[in-house]
Structures are given as structure tokens and as C-alpha cells.
Design a protein around this ligand. Structure first.
Ligand SMILES: [Zn+2]
Length: 258
């Protein structure tokens, strides 16, 4: 038997779920004004075509950055992805609601915007698997720098270098070729403790999310809220609730009933 939407809402309201794992992707921040990565035409990767890259992921590749940091600088400047003043969406407020009611086990997020924290979710519950932009650091000696200074350099198209070792500075976002944050590895086993898993705004294509679902215990319901719900990875899962549509609209509707 799969969970239904009415049951989900009833059980959330009755606080029957006490260890909810959230897996959140770019789709939960679209309503805040951030571009997601993979949507056709409007996604960042499609918009990057004007940079004539053979593979748009090169922008976030540590080896490419070492050789040609100006590519990341240009893209950051062009798309305003350094906008640090975004506001949380309904999805972020929903995660905060769960935390405030002691129903949140962990929130794994692919997003680097930190809006989960802005919404009020406790820092110990938020695992930003691809890092964040609260600080910047030297890619060689790891010395920490103010991220605002980094983005001032982006605006001036001046490459920022470490005052100690002359290494390149970048925000503490995980690039391809860099290891994931330690907190991710510490919290990953806790997924097996979940009594409900809610996946929002991601199509589970990017590691480590694509494999995280295999750690969920059998019979634990998985809810997917996304504009695309036909995900082959979820085929083997029996107890699942797929809610297809705009994440902001769907969460707004659920929140009104809690
Ligand atoms: Zn350095």
C-alpha cells in the first residue's frame, strides 16, 4: 500500500512522523529567484550555451578552475548566482515547520544558497552536500576569506589570490573533483533511521543524491514533489507518493492544511 496525499497531510498534522529526512534540490529555490541547473531553456546549463563550452559542468570543475578561473568569474557575474539576499520559499518554511515540531531528522540539500538556515532550520540538521557560499577559501592552503570580498572581485573581473600562498580563492561550494563535506559522511548513515523521506525539487540525477535512496529502509514511504516525477530510480520503490507539479504551489497547499 502506498501513502496517499490525504494520509500524508493527516499524519504530518498528527505528528505521526518523527524522523523525517528531507532531500532537497534546486527546484525548492526556483521560487526564490535562483535558476535551477537542468531545466530546458531556463535552466543554468542551457543558458550557459553562450559560453560555448563542450560541457557546461566545466564551470564547476576544480581542474578547469585552476587553469582558467575567469570562466567561473564570468558565469557568476553573468547569472548573478552570487546574489546573497534571496528569501526562503514555502519549501524552506515547510522544512523549518518540521524542525520546529521536532519531526525533522535531517535535511540533505544540494543547494548552496543556505535558505534552509535563513528560514530558521537548525544548522545541525542541514547538510549542504555541495557546500555553501557563507565563506570562501584558498583552494591550496584552505585559508578562509570573506565571501563578499570574493564577489566584489567577481564584479571587477579581478582574480582573487591568497595572501599567504598565492593560491586561487573560491566560495566554499563543492566543485566537481572536490570531496564532499565531512558532515555529509557523518550524517549519511542516519537515513536508515527515517520514518518518512520527502524528496523535493530534484530529479535525483546528481551524486550523491542519486544513490542516497538505496539507504532508505524498505516500507518507509518516499514522497517525491517535483515537476518531473517519472524517475526510473524510484521504480523499485513500492511505498511512494509522487506529486507532480510546481514545488512552491504544492508545498503552499500542503502547508495550509497543517
Ligand atoms: Zn593559500
Amino acid at each position: 500500500m502506498s501513502l496517499t496525499l490525504n494520509e500524508l497531510i493527516r499524519k504530518l498534522k498528527a505528528k505521526e512522523f518523527k524522523k523525517i529526512t528531507i532531500a532537497a534540490g534546486a527546484g525548492i529555490s526556483v521560487a526564490a529567484g535562483l535558476s535551477d541547473y537542468r531545466s530546458k531553456d531556463t535552466g543554468l546549463y542551457d543558458q550557459l550555451k553562450k559560453f560555448n563550452l563542450s560541457n557546461p559542468e566545466q564551470v564547476y570543475d576544480i581542474n578547469v578552475f585552476r587553469k582558467n578561473p575567469s570562466l567561473y568569474y564570468s558565469v557568476s557575474k553573468e547569472f548573478g548566482t552570487h546574489n546573497l539576499d534571496l528569501q526562503p520559499t514555502f519549501a524552506h518554511q515547510f522544512i523549518y515547520h518540521l524542525d520546529r515540531n521536532d519531526q525533522l531528522l535531517n535535511c540533505f540539500t544540494q543547494n548552496i544558497d543556505g535558505l534552509e538556515l535563513v528560514a530558521g532550520v537548525r544548522e545541525s540538521k542541514v547538510i549542504q552536500v555541495h557546500g555553501h557560499r557563507r565563506t570562501a577559501s584558498c583552494i591550496d592552503c584552505k585559508k578562509t576569506y570573506c565571501v563578499k570580498t570574493f564577489y566584489q572581485n567577481v564584479d571587477k573581473s579581478e582574480i582573487m589570490k591568497c595572501t599567504d600562498c598565492n593560491g586561487l580563492i573560491k566560495p566554499d561550494v563543492v566543485f566537481f573533483g572536490q570531496s564532499l563535506p565531512q558532515l555529509y559522511f557523518e550524517k549519511l548513515p542516519e537515513i536508515s533511521l527515517s520514518d518518512l523521506v520527502i524528496i523535493m525539487g530534484t530529479s535525483l540525477q546528481v551524486q550523491p543524491f542519486s544513490n542516497m535512496i538505496y539507504r532508505i529502509n524498505e516500507n518507509v514511504p518516499i514522497v517525491l514533489i517535483n515537476k518531473e516525477t517519472n524517475l526510473r530510480r524510484l521504480d523499485p520503490i513500492n511505498n511512494k507518493l509522487l506529486i507532480k507539479g510546481d514545488v512552491q504551489d504544492i508545498i503552499s497547499s500542503i502547508m495550509k492544511q497543517l
